[in-house]
Design a protein around this ligand. Structure first.
Ligand SMILES: *[C@@H]1O[C@H](CO)[C@@H](O)[C@H](O)[C@H]1NC(C)=O
Length: 291
């Protein structure tokens, strides 16, 4: 048995090192919060295997030969479940006006990096593409936002469609955007960013029954996020969460991580944790105020 396992590792490791669509997030642990033993803790990973294919694909998002963040992607709904990343401080990065896709979701022999859509075999079979959003009125709503990227290269890397879901434009450009800024400013002021870093996870809850964009892409019911960081004043790990319906009502809830997870577990129909059930100390004051 030991021999078989050893052989298996030898054969698979070189392949893992090259791919972006990975079999385990252990290829890019740097984007996940670490427990007391220094072990990377991922949010709950769903699996749903049909004929040997898992509808939930793990992506270590690679751009310019570097890992930039991690995404769990739902190929059945063609939207991400979540993107996970770390935050090291505010940077001023510019935006990009074109979006990339993840070649290996559609073609196992495609490029291991996010690329443009040209020359990808079976393009769009397992993911949303630019055409899906055209003239729909929906924004390509970033999960990992440009504003929280820690350098220009990472900011560009957020412009990949596996990091986006159809988002009502009033929601995206209104309360969601204001909340992102409030979280950013809070983390920048209160979190110890030099050696502990802050960890953020942003996700969606698919509409059910499915409401579709371009007959192919699920329009999420909710967007949510949570962050966990080491508070530099009270010297402990603390957290806060947000969620809002994907509509034009201007609704955005600020809640404890514990309450977010309770709601997500109900919505996903299975227990869901963002930081392995840890980092539960709530920041006991409002971060986001509706202007
Ligand atoms: C945060 O992410 C960057 C890549 O964007 C990585 O180089 C760094 O090691 C990460 N920080 C930690 C503490 O894991």
């Amino acid at each position: 048995m030991g021999f078989v396992c050893g052989l298996f590792l030898l054969l698979t490791l070189p392949v893992l090192a090259l791919t972006e669509v990975v079999t385990s997030f252990s290829t890019c642990p740097q984007f996940f919060w670490k427990d007391q033993n220094g072990k990377a803790v991922t949010p709950t990973i769903f699996t749903q295997v049909t004929n040997g294919y898992d509808h939930y694909q793990k992506i270590c998002q690679r751009y310019k030969n570097l890992y930039q963040f991690a995404t769990l992607y739902d190929t059945a709904h063609r939207i991400p479940v979540y993107s996970a990343f770390n935050f090291t401080g505010i940077q001023k990065c510019s935006r990009k006006n074109s979006w990339l896709i993840e070649p290996r979701l559609d073609d196992i022999n495609g490029s291991p990096e996010m690329t443009t859509e040209s020359n990808v075999k079976n393009l769009g079979q397992k993911q949303a593409i630019n055409d899906d959003y055209d003239k729909t009125g929906y924004d390509k709503g970033h999960l990992y936002p440009v504003s929280q990227a820690d350098d220009q290269c990472t900011a560009f890397a957020t412009f990949t469609l596996t990091n986006a879901a159809p988002q009502h434009l009033r929601f995206n450009r209104g309360v969601w955007n204001q909340m992102e800024r409030a979280v950013l400013n809070y983390m920048n002021t209160n979190c110890q960013l030099n050696n502990n870093i802050a960890y953020i996870v942003t996700g969606t809850v698919p509409s059910n029954p499915s409401k579709l964009m371009n007959n192919r892409v699920n329009i999420p019911k909710y967007f949510w996020n949570a962050f966990c960081c080491f508070d530099k004043n009270c010297k402990k790990w603390v957290s806060k969460a947000h969620k809002g319906p994907n509509d034009d009502t201007g609704t955005l809830l600020e809640l404890s991580l514990n309450n977010l997870e309770a709601g997500l577990s109900q919505d996903y129909g299975q227990a869901f944790s963002v930081f392995g059930g840890q980092c539960q100390t709530d920041i006991n004051k409002p971060i986001y105020h509706k202007p």
